[in-house]
Design a protein around this ligand. Sequence first.
Ligand SMILES: [Zn+2]
Length: 414
Amino acid sequence: MLTLAFAGLLLAAAPARPLLVTVDDLPIASSLHADPAERSRITEGLLAALAKHRVPAVGLVTWSHVRDAGDRALLDRWLAAGHELGNHSDRHPSLSATDAAAWIADVERARVELDAFLRDRGRTLRFFRFPFLREGDTEAKVDAARAWLERTGQRNLTVTIDDQDWSFEAAWVKASRQGDEAALAAVSEDYLASLRLSVRHHERSGDALLGRVTPQVLLLHANAVGAGNWDRLFTWLVQSGHRFASADEVLADPAFADLPRLPATHGFSLWDRLGAVRRDGEAREAVRALLATQAEAWTRGDIAAFCSAYAEDAAFVSPTGLTSGRQQVVERYRRRYPGPEAMGALALEVLEMRTAWGTEVSLLGDAVPSRVHSVSVVARWTLRRTGQPDATGLTLVVLRPRGGGWEIVQDASM
Ligand SMILES: [Zn+2]
C-alpha cells in the first residue's frame, strides 16, 4: 500500500513541461482596433490573464503599430507587469518578398527605436522575432539576417508551437461588436481547439525529433480574441502538464543553442526546421550509400545488381545517345562490358549533391517543409583495369524516392 501510494505521488509529481509564452505584434496585433480605449482594454485583458497564471511573457513589438504616446504607454504596462519586450520589425516585411538590404533597413529602424525606448527605462533589447517567421529564402538572405542579428546583439527568438491564433480575431471582433454571445462562444471553442491541436502536434514532433520532453515556445498575438480567451487557454495548458517558464530558462535548453540553417520561402516552427534539415541529411547519406553499393556491385562484376538502382523508366544519356528503361540500360552495359576484366574496379567520387523539396500545408493550416522529393549528384567515375590506363569521366545522376530508399531516374555520363 505504502509503495503504491508513493508511486502515485511520483507520477503526480512528474515534472511539468516548460513553456515560454511569446506575444507578437505589440502593442495591438490587429488593425481592427483604432480606438485608444479599446487598445487599452485589450492590453488590460491580456495582462490580466498573464498575471493570473503567473506567466512571464516576451512581447515582440512591431514598431509601426506604436502610433502615439498612448501606445507607448501600453508598452510601459507590459514592462511594469514584468514582461520583456523584443523587436519584431517596423512594418512587418517578409524576408522572402524583399531583398536583404531593404529588409534590414526596416528591422534596423525598429531596433534603434525600441532600443532607445528600453534604454530610457533601464532595460535591454535582447530578442528579435522574424516577421511571418520567415528567416530568408536564399542562403545569402539567411546569412545576411544572421549577420545583422549578430552585429546588433539580438537573438532570434524562434517559435516551436506555430499556430493560427490570429485567424480568429476578425470573427471574434465582429461577434463582439454585434453583442452576439452565441457567436462569441463558437469562436472561443474554435480558437481554443485549434491551439490545443497545435500545442499537441508540435510537442509530439519536438519530442520525437529529440527523443525527450522538449521545452516549447508558444506563439500568440496581442489581440482581442486572446484577451477574451487566454485565461481558459492558460488553465488548459497547466492542466495538460505545462509550466510557464522564463525566456532564459527555455532558451538555455540545447535545442535552442544552434538554430538550423534552412533557406525557405515560408516561416516554419523550429521543430519543422529541424525535421527538414534532418530529412535532408538522411537523404544525402542514403544516396551516398546507394552509390557506394553500386560501385561495389560493379567492381565484383555484377551488372544486374549495379543496375538495380535504376528506375524502371530510367533515362541514361551518354555521348553515344539516349537509352530508355532499366532493361535497356542493363543490356547496354552488358554489350559494352562483356566480362569482369572489361569492367574493372569502379570508384565514384561525389563532387556535389543537391536536394529538392518544397512547402506543404499541414492539416492545421500551417506551411510546413515537404519531404525531400529528389536528389541530384555530380560525381567523377574512375575505372581501374589491369593492363590498361584508367578511364575517368563525369556523371550527373538524378534520384527520386523509391520505397524507403532512392532510385536513379536520370543519368548523364560522359
Ligand atoms: Zn508578426
